[in-house]
Write a new protein. Sequence first.
Length: 84
Amino acid sequence: MSKRLIRVLPHEIRDNQSELQKHVINAVLSNGNTLFGRLQAADNTGIVLKDTRDHLHQIALSELYELVYDDARGIVPKSRHPTI
């Protein structure tokens, strides 16, 4: 079964928080670093991510580039590009 990479921008996290908490996610930071884990909490200033060693990472939204997760449902999300 194919998977789709779903990308969520920082300003979209609050609206998608319940869906994001169902998946293991990659938090891509603005400096290029990536953290892998599960979303624990999100608010207007940042997120809390729990990694595979059960360490909590607090990430400011200003430092976050995007969240990425695999969605195996096969549903193609709405494109960010108006021509696609």
